[in-house]
Design a protein around this ligand. Structure first.
Ligand code: 5AD
Ligand code: SF4
Length: 482
C-alpha cells in the first residue's frame, strides 16, 4: 500500500484547533519514542474499519496521526495500538465489533504496553459504551464521531494514563480542517463534503450518531481537491450522507451557499482530476440541474447510487423517505434517458415493520423496471432510539427471509443482464491494483463502477487505460488492453 501525507505541513495549517492537535502529535511522539527506547523495537499500530466510506476516510485520518506519532502500520491486530472505527447502522456490525474485541483481549494479555481504542458511530450510543465498560474493560480509549479531530490529544492522554478514557460528545457544529490524512491509494481519494444527516428516515440511526448536516465550505473542498490533484490523485469521491442536500445548511446570502450541482462542476474544473464520483445522493433531492451538470461533464463517473429502500408507497411513507414509487421510477427513467451509459445502483431494506408480501412485490417491480446494475439488499435491523424500533408490526423472521430471497433473485437477474450489455466494448478504466487471486492480472474500474481484470504491467497502477471487455462473468469482466 502506498501512502502519502497530505496537509501536514505546519505552515499551511490555518485552523487553530488543527494547530493544537499538531502540538499533541509532537507530545505523543516523544512518548512513543521513549517507549521504543525502553522496548528496543519499533511500535506498531493497526486500524480496523467497519461500515461506510465515511468511516474509511476517517480511518485514513486516524492512521495519519498514528504514523506521525511514530507508529509503523501493522496489518494485524497483534500491534501496540489498535483502533476500531465502528459502525452501528445494522446490528451485525455491532456483533462483529464485539467478536473482534474478544480476540483482541488475548493480544493485550501478551503485550502489557498495548493500547486499544474504539471510536465511531457505535460509540455515540450509551448502551454500547456501557457494554464495553462492563465486558471489555481492557479498552483504553473510547471516543465518538464528533470529536475525532482531537484524536492526537486523546492519544497523547491515553499514552500517559492507565485508566479507560472516555470522551463522547452529543453533538457538534465544528468542522476542523487540515488534519493529517494518509491515503490508502495514491491515485484516488474520498473527499468529505458534508457531515451528518437531517433526513431522519425512521429506520436509521445515522442522524442520531452523526448529528445534523454540516456542509464544508466550498473553498475548503476545492482547496483539498487541488492539493490532492497536485499530489497525484486522479479520481475523487465526494462523500456525504446526503450529498445533494449539500449547502442547504448555509444561510441565504452566504457567498458559500452553492448547490451540490455547482460544487460538482467546480470540482470537475480542478486541473489534474480525471474522474469525479459522489456518494450518496437522496432521490428526493435529485435536481434537473444536477443531471445537466453530469450530462455535460464527462469527468463525472457514469454511476449513480440511488437508494430506493422500498418500492411500496405506504412503506416509503412510514420510512419517511419523502418520495413515492412513481416519483422514483420517473426519476430513474429520466436518468436513464439523459445518461444512457449510466449504471444505477441502489440500497434496499427488506422486513421494515408492516412490510407485506405485496409491498415486497412493489419493490421487486421497481427493481425490474429500473433494471438496477447492482443493489445492496439489507435485512431490516431494529435500531434502539429510532422511530421504527417502536412500530408495532415487526415482520417475523421467516417471512423476511422468504421475501429477501425473492428480491435477491430478481436483483441478481437485472444486475447480470445489465453487466452483459457491455460485452465487446472498450472502456477507459482506472487501474486500481493487482488482482487479488492472480498476480498476472490487473484490476481496473470503469466509469460506471464495474470491475475488469486484464493482463498488464504493474506500472499501470494508478493510470487510466483502455480495456476491451471480452468476457462477462456475472458482475465483472475479463478483458485485454486495447
Ligand atoms: N436496517 C437495515 N438496513 C439499514 N440501512 C440503514 N439503516 C438500516 C437498518 N436499520 C441501510 C440503508 C442505507 C444503507 C447504508 O444501510 O439501505 O441506505
Ligand atoms: Fe440514514 Fe436516511 Fe440519512 Fe441516509 S438519508 S443517513 S438512510 S437518515
Amino acid at each position: 500500500m502506498s501512502i502519502n501525507i497530505l496537509n501536514s505541513s505546519k505552515s499551511e495549517v490555518k485552523d487553530a484547533e488543527s494547530l493544537r492537535q499538531l502540538q499533541y502529535i509532537e507530545k505523543a511522539k516523544e512518548k512513543v519514542a521513549a517507549l521504543e527506547k525502553k522496548l528496543g523495537r519499533k511500535l506498531t499500530a493497526c486500524t480496523v474499519t467497519f461500515g461506510c466510506q465515511m468511516n474509511a476516510r476517517d480511518s485514513e485520518k486516524l492512521l495519519a496521526t498514528l504514523k506521525l506519532v511514530g507508529y509503523e502500520e501493522a496489518t494485524t491486530e497483534n500491534a501496540d495500538f489498535v483502533i476500531y472505527n465502528t459502525c452501528t447502522v445494522r446490528d451485525n456490525a455491532d456483533q462483529r465489533l464485539f467478536g473482534r474485541l474478544g480476540q483482541c483481549s488475548s493480544f493485550k494479555r501478551q503485550n502489557p504496553y498495548m493500547k486499544v481504542a474504539v471510536c465511531g458511530c457505535m460509540m455515540q450510543e450509551q448502551s454500547a459504551v456501557d457494554k464495553i465498560k462492563k465486558s471489555y474493560s481492557f479498552v483504553d480509549l473510547i471516543f465518538g464521531t464528533h470529536n475525532i479531530y482531537k484524536f492526537a490529544e486523546l492519544l497523547d492522554t491515553c499514552l500517559e494514563s492507565d485508566r479507560m478514557i472516555i470522551d463522547i460528545w452529543k453533538e457538534t457544529d465544528k468542522i476542523v480542517e487540515d488534519l493529517p490524512v494518509l491515503r490508502k491509494y495514491p491515485f484516488k481519494s474520498g473527499v468529505n463534503i458534508s457531515f451528518g444527516c437531517n433526513n431522519f428516515c425512521t429506520y436509521c440511526i445515522v442522524p442520531y450518531v452523526r448529528g445534523r448536516e454540516r456542509s464544508r465550505s466550498p473553498k475548503e473542498i476545492i482547496r483539498e481537491c487541488e492539493k490532492l490533484a497536485q499530489d497525484g490523485v486522479r479520481e475523487v469521491m465526494l462523500l456525504g450522507q446526503n450529498v445533494n442536500s449539500y449547502g442547504n445548511d448555509f444561510k441565504e446570502g452566504d457567498p458559500d451557499k452553492i448547490s451540490f450541482a455547482e460544487l460538482l462542476e467546480e470540482v470537475c474544473a480542478v486541473e489534474g482530476l480525471r474522474r469525479v464520483r459522489f456518494m450518496t445522493p437522496h432521490p428526493k433531492d435529485f435536481s434537473d440541474e444536477l443531471l445537466d451538470v453530469i450530462e455535460r461533464n464527462p469527468k463525472i463517473a457514469r454511476h449513480i447510487h440511488l437508494p430506493l429502500q422500498a418500492g411500496n408507497d405506504e412503506i416509503l411513507r412510514r420510512m419517511n423517505r419523502r418520495y413515492t414509487k412513481e416519483s422514483y421510477l420517473k426519476l430513474a427513467e429520466k436518468i436513464r434517458k439523459r445518461l444512457p451509459d449510466v449504471a444505477i445502483t441502489t440500497d434496499i431494506i427488506v422486513g421494515f415493520p408492516g412490510e407485506t408480501k405485496e409491498a415486497v412485490d412493489d419493490t421487486i417491480d421497481v427493481v425490474r423496471k429500473v433494471s438496477f446494475d447492482n443493489a445492496f439488499t439489507f435485512i431490516y435491523s431494529k435500531r434502539a432510539g429510532t422511530p421504527a424500533a417502536s412500530f408495532e408490526d415487526q415482520v417475523p423472521e421467516e417471512v423476511v427471509k422468504e421475501n429477501f430471497d425473492r428480491l435477491l433473485k430478481v436483483v441478481q437477474e437485472t444486475a447480470r443482464s445489465q453487466a452483459a450489455k457491455l460485452s465487446g466494448r472498450t472502456e477507459t478504466v482506472l487501474v486500481e491494483g493487482v488482482n487479488d487471486h492472480d498476480d498476472s492480472l490487473l484490476t481496473g474500474r470503469m466509469s460506471n463502477n464495474t470491475l475488469v481484470h486484464f493482463p498488464g504491467d504493474k506500472k499501470l497502477i494508478g493510470e487510466f487505460v483502455d480495456v476491451r471487455l471480452d468476457e462477462c462473468h456475472g458482475f465483472y469482466y475479463m478483458g485485454t488492453l486495447a
